[in-house]
Each structure stands twice: as C-alpha cells, then as structure tokens.
Design a protein around this ligand. Structure first.
Ligand code: NAP
Length: 248
C-alpha cells in the first residue's frame, strides 16, 4: 500500500517540489494551500500523472481551528499519514526590526511558528504509537535565517525559524520512543516566489553570486532532502536539522 504524505504550503515552491517528488517515490499526497487553489490543483495533477492519489486542502495554518480538519480530510481520503512536511511559511518585508510593525511581527510568528507547532502537535496525536498510531516522520522547514536573519533584515522571521529548530530538537526527543521521528531542513537562498514578498527587487540575483556554491538553490534540491528524511534510509535520524544552503 502507498504511504501517505501531507505537505503544508504544498501549492508552490519547496512544498510543491516535495509533493511532486513524493508522488514519484510512491506516496499519495495531501496538498495544503492558503489561497492559491489553482497552484494546488496543478500540483495535484502532477501527482496524479505520476500514478498516485492527491487531495488538495485549503487551510490557513495560522487559523489553528482548521488544522485538525485538514488532517481529517487527508486521512479520510488517503488513509493514515506516514509523513508530515511542516512547510507553510511566509516572510516579512526586509526591514530593520525597529521599523517593523507589531501586526507583521505577530503574523509571521502565527504562521511560521504557532501554526507549525500546532500542526506538529496534530501530527503527533495521529502518529504516536503511544496514542494508537503507527509511527511516522515530521519534517519542519526551517531556514539558515536562524543565523543570518540580521544581515538581511529578517529578524522576526529568523526568530520564528529558531523556534522551529527547538521544536525539531525537543519534540524529536519527546516522541522518539513513540515511533515518530522529527527532523528539519534549513534551506538557504532557494529560487521560489517567496523572495518577491520581501520588497528588495531581484533578491536572488543580488545574493546568489555571494553563495559559496555560486548560485541560488532549487526547490527540487530541498525536496530531495525532505524525501530522504521521510524515508527509511534516515531511520536513525531524529531531533536534528541540517543546512541546504550551498555553503552560505
Ligand atoms: P513560497 O514559494 O512562497 O510558497 C509558500 C507556500 O506556503 C505556498 O504553498 C503557500 O500557499 C503556503 N502558505 C503561505 N502561508 C500559508 C498559511 N498561512 N497557511 C497555509 N499555507 C500557507 O515559499 P517557499 O520558498 O517555497 O517557502 C516554503 C518554506 O521554506 C517556508 O517555510 C519558508 O520560510 C522556507 N524557506 C524558504 C527559503 C527560500 O529561499 N525560498 C529559504 C529558507 C526557508 P498559497 O500558494 O496558497 O499561497
């Protein structure tokens, strides 16, 4: 029987690449999105073309009341979730913290941290062998911004991702004996649409050449790591995150 993966923010960028690769690796895929149903539908078509089942689910992960319903819908249509990719995320405009308004700080923390914590909680409730589940893997999409956010004026975002790294390490330890692995990926500069929301023009062009490997990464390069972490090849890996940053 096919394994089942749910990806938050699966409609575009890194999440979409993870959904497409997951289908090629034999997963049925739940594709969460916030507003871009058209993009989620395109990813679902690609999953089906690869011969797997797909379901798209609209849910704003910051609207925490909708999280359980998102898991319910995917499990009802595809079966119990084996792998949960906690990937939905936003950035704020690149600005000194002193110029950032409170609503923006709160929104970034609500989506990138509070939403991610409560999504991970929901995944554990369903996966934990101590709670009647069959085990599973959670992969959190963090960022190298935990170390570099100050340089690029993304401090609030970096704080949210720092919290996500603690979630990976400490939840990973908490549930390791319950058959649930919790891992994280920390992408560097990856070529997705997220950069257009930071208000700094051609960010990939400006920063890409300064990456030691000489270019921005692709969403597919991050997806490869996500799929490895979800696989049995990573069976002894938990409570840890690693960079996919081209040396940055
Ligand atoms: P992206 O291309 O902008 O895609 C973002 C995805 O998240 C979309 O599918 C979007 O859904 C979804 N999303 C946004 N807010 C959401 C919400 N409140 N609830 C549910 N879904 C939501 O971004 P990306 O670059 O792929 O980023 C994916 C993750 O990687 C994020 O956590 C980001 O912080 C992290 N990351 C990215 C980079 C990079 O350089 N790209 C580097 C480090 C870390 P819609 O399509 O419906 O809007």
């Amino acid at each position: 029987m096919a394994k089942v993966m749910l990806v938050t923010g699966g409609s575009r960028g890194i999440g979409a690449a993870a959904c497409r690769l997951a289908a090629r690796r034999g997963y049925d895929v739940g594709i969460n999105y916030a507003g871009r149903g058209d993009a989620a539908d395109a990813v679902a078509s690609a999953v089906r073309q690869a011969g797997r089942r797909a379901v798209t689910v609209q849910a704003d992960v910051a609207d925490t009341a909708s999280i359980a319903g998102m898991f319910d819908r995917v499990e009802a249509e595809l079966g119990p979730i084996d792998a949960f990719v906690n990937n939905a995320g936003i950035v704020h405009e690149a600005k000194p913290l002193a110029d950032l308004d409170e609503a923006t700080v709160r929104r970034v923390l609500e989506v990138d941290l509070v939403g991610a914590i409560l999504c991970a909680r929901e995944a554990v409730r369903r996966m934990s062998r101590a709670r009647g589940g069959k085990g599973g893997v959670i992969v959190n999409t963090s960022s190298i911004a935990t170390r570099r956010a100050g340089e690029v004026k993304l401090v609030a975002y970096g704080i949210a991702k720092g919290g996500l790294d603690v979630l990976t390490e400490q939840l990973g330890r908490e549930v390791a004996a319950e058959g649930v692995r919790v891992c994280g990926v920390k992408p560097g500069l990856i070529d997705t649409e997220i950069h257009a929301t930071m208000g700094v023009g051609d960010r990939l062009g400006q920063l890409g050449a300064g990456v030691p490997i000489g270019r921005a990464g692709t969403a597919e390069e991050v997806a490869e790591a996500v799929l490895w972490l979800c696989s049995d090849h990573a069976s002894y890996v938990t409570a840890t995150s690693f960079d996919i940053g081209g040396g940055r």
